[in-house]
Design a protein around this ligand. Structure first.
Ligand code: ZN
Length: 263
């Protein structure tokens, strides 16, 4: 009886040892650092849409509401296992109103209208688990407006990604006060539409990985779409040796992330 127990015990300890070695091996193979790429401006059949969707990495698709391919792009991204978020048009300090697109949030709107537009945009983008701002340097610096938007985000169990189009963003303070899960962008890949600029921004991302455990970077379909998708595609091999590509929701604290995946 004792002999049998000893043998069983020894077998068990060998199994435990093997599992420990296997787990250690897996942890060592996967870099701890994370890169979350977000691609903005889906929803309008823009240049580079197909190329972005073909990238072999997980990323986050920010889809504009009420546009010709809103549903199509959101469904395609969801089927690929990507995060889908609402790319909410918000008034900038400078720029033309027509760049905003339909259903935009502007500073001249009433509280009730801001709530209505935020809810309508979320309802229009299938599978949305979060929201980020399209433009919005004026709106994201406005506490009255962001309090309403972030209250709706909280009610819907979503998270917010602050694209950081202004240093005056009130989003960090208001999100903390309302306990809304928040992620902040670090880098825009393609604010200038040239391959040399986009490659330079990619080099900055790699540099940032030395100091940060997670880096968030935003690129676009549209005018720079083909160039940005090519730069990302060509960097996958090198970055994969330093970091894992993740969807942006994977950077949320685990409790908030679990809320995301509940039905
Ligand atoms: Zn945008």
């Amino acid at each position: 009886m004792i002999g049998l127990n000893q043998r069983t015990g020894r077998k068990l300890s060998v199994i435990v040892m093997l599992i420990t070695v296997l787990l250690a091996g897996t942890a060592a193979d996967k870099p701890d650092k994370k890169v979350a790429i977000v691609i903005d401006d889906f929803g309008n059949g823009m240049k580079g849409t197909e190329e972005m969707m073909k990238l072999s990495i997980p990323f986050t698709a920010a889809v504009m509401p009420f546009m010709p391919t809103t549903k199509q792009d959101a469904e395609a991204a969801f089927k690929r296992g990507l995060d889908v978020i609402v790319h909410m048009p918000m008034e900038p300090n400078r720029g033309k109103k027509e760049w905003l697109g339909p259903g935009a949030i502007t500073t001249d709107l009433s509280d009730a209208e801001i709530r209505k537009r935020t809810e309508a945009a979320i309802d229009d983008v299938p599978h949305a688990s979060g929201m980020n701002n399209h433009m919005g340097s004026k709106v994201t610096a406005d506490e009255r407006i962001m309090r309403i938007v972030l209250t709706v985000i909280k009610e819907r169990g979503l998270f917010f990604l602050d694209s950081r189009t202004t240093h005056k963003s009130v989003i960090p303070d208001v999100a903390a006060e309302l306990d809304v899960p928040l992620i902040t962008n670090h880098i825009f890949f393609d604010d200038v539409y040239t391959t040399s600029h986009i490659s330079g921004q990619m080099a900055k991302l790699k540099k940032k990985l030395a100091d940060l455990t997670a880096v968030v970077a935003i690129g676009h379909v549209g005018p720079p779409g083909l160039k940005t998708s090519a730069v990302i595609r060509d960097s996958i091999g090198e970055i994969s040796r330093q970091a894992q590509f993740v969807r942006v929701s994977e950077l949320l604290p685990s409790s908030a992330h679990e809320n995301q995946i509940l039905p």
